[in-house]
Design a protein. Structure first.
Length: 158
């Protein structure tokens, strides 16, 4: 997965990581629409993707979500909130998208008592979501040649 993300633009990884974050928050029974910091963080990231928010705004939104995570008593909810924080932070550095992905796998491990089938299923879901996302934007002018190569990679590994 690490090789795949390297050729994907930061904006596209930010979009994908928000998909992953919403997925994990739902699994962890956290309503992302009920926590203002998450709503604001996702909105700021989306505005950044459009060039309408500053990096400073992205960082501040990320910090607010991580503060909630630190204050959380449940390790599962704390980890799920960290997925959201890292997804928002993906606007700062695309590596945060991979950290969000890894925290999502950790959350599944915590929820399933480290059941390898559940963990593998989550990682496969993430890869498939990245594939679907990239295929949905193939007409997007921001799609790089390498991103087309990623789609070819997935098509060859069905």
């Amino acid at each position: 997965m690490n090789e795949l993300y390297e050729g994907v633009s930061r904006v596209n990884l930010a979009k994908w990581s928000l998909i992953v974050a919403k997925h994990i928050l739902e699994i962890a029974d956290i309503d992302n629409n009920s926590i203002d910091e998450i709503v604001d963080g996702f909105r700021v990231n989306e505005l950044w993707q459009q060039g309408k928010a500053r990096m400073h705004d992205v960082r501040q939104a990320e910090f607010k979500i991580h503060k909630i995570a630190r204050e959380c008593d449940s390790e599962i909810k704390k980890t799920a909130l960290r997925v959201a924080g890292q997804a928002v932070a993906s606007g700062h550095m695309k590596e945060h998208a991979m950290v969000a992905s890894d925290y999502a796998v950790k959350a599944i491990g915590l929820l399933s008592s480290n059941n390898m089938y559940a963990i593998t299923t989550e990682r496969e879901w993430q890869l498939n979501e990245l594939k679907k996302f990239l295929q949905s934007i193939m007409g997007d002018n921001n799609l790089t040649k390498h991103e087309f190569g990623i789609i070819d990679f997935f098509e060859g590994n069905k």
